[in-house]
Design a protein around this ligand. Structure first.
Ligand code: SAM
Length: 279
């Protein structure tokens, strides 16, 4: 039985990093006038109230999007991400936060396709409510690792696959690597983005080493820490591992990360890393 609920964490520092990069990649794909697919193997509820009991219990968004949304010194590269959140909120009051499926629904056109997997029955119901009526979107209450196999390569041979488990099941670290190995055999030119928490355990870094050894020509690794591992705050940061990253993504990230780590770091302890393999 799954107990993780993303509503407790929506809009936190890890969501901010993940959703900024997601927006940049989807925006890049949109620039070529050819259809593409967005596949989210662990989709969540679609959007989240920041005023709900969930969110109030932890208020994680206050140390995430709360520190950026109204800041006037944001880099220009964040404009689209902020515009999407403003659109969801119908203005400048931050009451709701978008999940990855909602962000994609704002950036993809009707010719593009969105495919979403979510296993938790409550989040699945919410997701169906939020995006279930969109003609370019299909939502599956199935295991995303399994579902992905039948879905790639998609007909237009252009896609971003987001793999964003909660890692509440330790096996997820292994499953992510196995899923990518299998996916690269089926669809080696796809763009793959994996999210992982930075916590004081060995699994995230072991998984990173395995991801770096995959048979890929290009990858980009981005991490954001808001505290020191020893600060005892649980998840002190997160990383993204992107296979076949779009051209220029690294440059955009290099522009954004000094700002993000400064703005989101607790007690001046924000830091980031960017590493890339290029062909
Ligand atoms: N991608 C979302 C976003 O950025 O807004 C957040 C997703 S949340 C981190 C992970 C979600 O995966 C949870 O809602 C959880 O219920 C769901 N989940 C866990 N295991 C799954 C699986 N094997 N297949 C599909 N969904 C799963």
């Amino acid at each position: 039985m799954l107990s993780y609920r993303h509503g407790f964490h929506a809009g936190n520092h890890a969501d901010v990093l993940k959703h900024i990069v997601l927006t940049l990649i989807l925006d890049y794909l949109k620039q070529k006038n050819k259809p593409y697919w967005f596949i989210d193997t662990h989709a969540g509820a679609g959007k989240y109230s920041l005023e709900s009991d969930f969110s109030n219990k932890t208020s994680e968004h206050l140390d995430g999007i709360g520190k950026i949304f109204h800041d006037e010194k944001k880099p220009l590269a964040l404009s689209k991400y902020i515009e999407i959140i403003r659109h969801l909120n119908g203005g400048d009051q931050l009451k709701q936060y978008p999940g990855s499926p909602w962000i994609a629904s704002q950036l993809l056109s009707y010719e593009d396709k969105i495919r979403l997997f979510e296993l938790h029955p409550t989040d699945l119901t919410s997701l169906l409510h939020v995006l279930g009526k969109k003609s370019n979107t299909k939502i599956y209450g199935e295991d995303g690792f399994n579902g992905l196999k039948a879905m790639i390569p998609p007909p237009p041979k252009r896609a971003l696959v987001l793999t964003d488990p909660s890692y509440e099941i330790k096996n997820d670290y292994l499953k992510v690597v196995e899923s990518l190995k299998d996916s690269l055999k089926r669809f080696e030119t796809g763009i793959y983005m994996v999210w992982c928490p930075l916590i004081d355990r060995s699994e995230p870094l072991v998984m990173l080493k395995q991801l770096q050894k995959l048979n890929t020509k290009e990858w980009l690794y981005i991490s954001l820490s808001i505290a020191k591992p020893s600060d005892d705050i649980g998840m002190f940061g997160s990383y993204l591992f992107i296979i076949n990253p779009p051209w220029k993504l690294k440059e955009q990230i290099e522009e954004i990360m000094p700002y993000l780590s400064h703005q989101l770091g607790l007690n001046g302890h924000g830091s980031y890393e960017i590493e890339a393999k290029t062909s």
